[in-house]
Design a protein around this ligand. Structure first.
Ligand code: 13P
Length: 351
């Protein structure tokens, strides 16, 4: 195992959100109107993740764009006829869009929005990992660089990870998994697959605490617990539902509970409250403000996607995603494979 696989991720030192200019509501509305005009003029569509600021989510939905989980963002951007995709999220999401749609211009509000999972898995070390286990099929989480996707046999997102790993396990394939150790452990446990796990984690989900969650549950016994599978195993064990962002949003509408304790990035509350307006949502406990908590249930990189950065990108055409063509072609194979697998599930009578 290499150093990067075991080193703790460097703490996020600055509160990025606190550095952003504060806008009056009139300024915000003015910016939203201008952004909508720019999107139209540029024949661009905005594809945003649920963890981005609610202003961006609102603009995406008002202009025929999409707010979605990683899988649906990839699928939507690829299928949409717009010539420019504006991808609001972590950088790997913009790269995935470019991998799938090289003919489109892909812009992002910021190119600085990385991901601790992506950082934990440099391509060179990942190649060594694969070389050391040639009999294993390699499956990587979408939260990886284009170069890692290029080496992998499969790319997968959390919404179809259980189905894909089960499918491979049914064929008795030993699996090499990277980079999220918690998601890997969860997949291993629910599918019984034979898996070798890379030791990365997400700076947000890794901070949810089982002990505090247990105590919080006792105070709110009526609440169902919704957990993203990037969380530690001890937190997942307390969940009523484990799933991707879209699966957790679906669960809060479907379940009869009046309240929910949610272990994922707290920006998801915007969509949850929209879809289930009468229900109450609590943030699952992390190490807490002022303790050793580094992300406090909100990804500092996702927070870089705001009105200001979006406007700047649209005005300048800056922050374009480029992927080396050889890498793109190889990464397209494993990424497209995921979309084809997802499509086969949808068309299956058992889906
Ligand atoms: P989803 O695919 O569930 O939206 O997850 C994306 C992600 O990066 C979670 O941290």
């Amino acid at each position: 195992m290499n150093d990067l696989m075991t080193q703790p991720f460097a703490p996020v030192t600055a509160d990025i959100q606190a550095q952003l200019p504060a806008f009056s509501s009139a300024e915000r509305e003015h910016m939203k109107t201008r952004i909508k005009q720019f999107l139209k003029r540029e024949n661009a569509v905005l594809v945003a993740h649920y963890y981005t600021h609610e202003d961006l989510q609102e603009i995406a939905e008002d202009t025929g764009g999409k707010v979605a989980d990683s899988l649906e963002m990839a699928r939507f951007g690829h299928a949409h006829p717009a010539t420019t995709l504006i991808v609001a999220g972590a950088k790997f999401m913009g790269e995935t869009a470019k991998i799938l749609s090289p003919e489109k211009r892909v812009l992002m509000p910021t190119l600085e929005a990385t991901c601790s999972l992506d950082l934990s898995c440099p391509a060179e070390q990942f190649n060594h990992f694969c070389d050391a286990h040639p009999e294993h099929v390699s499956v990587v989480y979408a939260n990886t660089s284009a170069a890692v996707k290029a080496r992998a046999d499969w790319v997968v997102t959390s919404s179809i990870a259980v189905k894909l790993i089960s499918h491979l396990s049914d064929q008795n394939q030993p699996i090499l998994w990277a980079p999220d150790r918690h998601l890997g452990r969860y997949l291993e446990r629910v599918t019984g697959a034979d898996m070798l796990l890379w030791q990365g984690d997400c700076v947000v989900h890794n901070e949810f605490r089982a002990k505090d969650l247990r105590a919080f549950k006792e105070q709110h016994p009526e609440a169902a617990v919704l957990v993203h599978p990037e969380s530690p195993e001890s937190v997942i064990e307390l969940a009523d539902v484990v799933g991707s962002t879209s699966q957790l949003i679906e669960a809060c509408q479907r379940l009869p509970n009046a309240s929910f304790i949610v272990a994922t990035d707290n920006r998801i509350f915007y969509k949850m409250k929209q879809m289930a307006p009468t229900k109450i949502f609590y943030e699952a406990p992390t190490a807490g403000e002022g303790a050793t908590c580094r992300s406090c249930a909100h990804c500092p990189w996702m927070a870089m996607n705001d009105l200001h950065s979006l406007m700047h990108t649209l005005q300048t055409g800056g922050n374009e995603i480029h992927v080396d063509e050889d890498i793109r072609i190889a990464a397209n194979r494993s990424t497209k494979r995921m979309l084809d697998f997802a499509a086969s599930l949808k068309s299956s009578p058992l889906a």
